[in-house]
Design a protein. Structure first.
Length: 172
């Protein structure tokens, strides 16, 4: 039997902005196939609507595709029919995930040129941040996948770690 190649994820029918292919950041990524204007809703981040209770259980099982929808519901994007789950995180993203009336859209933060990889900040908090290293390649990459509001805190903690390690080495 011939080896079967796994086909690449496809954007939703009618989506004219992106294609999915291997990424230098991680695994697969989404890439612009035309110029995209600032403010464009590029793709909807879809998934299962789940209760806060199930959301908590999913998070404990290391499901990293959970979005906060409202006070009652969350969105679990870890489903086959959500190609947007392949979009990579960046510390200097060209998109953001916006919640509009309970629907999550990946929206362009600036003009995006054809061929550019589509990225957004995953917005993780500091819990176990060292389990989520970042290889986005941005000049300001903080080294871990966290929301921008935590960049300074992560830099502070990492500097402290390096200092402790250096001290440990010098006293050996
Ligand atoms: Zn980064």
């Amino acid at each position: 039997m011939a080896a079967r190649r796994r086909s690449l994820p496809q954007p939703p029918p009618g989506n004219k902005y992106i294609e999915f292919r291997p990424s230098g950041i991680h695994g697969l990524g989404a890439f612009a196939i035309r110029k995209i204007r600032k403010g464009t809703r590029i793709i909807e981040y879809v998934g299962r609507k789940i209760s806060k209770q199930e959301s908590l259980e999913q998070l404990q099982q290391q499901n990293t595709y959970i979005f906060d929808l409202d006070e009652q519901w969350d969105l679990d994007g870890n489903v086959e029919w959500n190609p947007a789950r392949f979009i990579n995180h960046s510390c200097q993203p060209n998109c953001e995930a916006l919640n509009e009336d309970g629907r999550i859209w990946i929206v362009a933060l600036r003009t995006i040129q054809p061929g550019e990889e589509i990225t957004f900040n995953y917005g993780y908090d500091l819990t176990d941040y060292r389990d989520h290293p970042c290889r986005c390649g941005a000049p300001n990459c903080v080294g871990y996948i966290v929301a921008e509001e935590f960049f300074e805190e992560v830099r502070r903690r990492e500097a402290q770690r390096r200092e402790l390690e250096a001290r440990r080495r010098s006293t050996r």
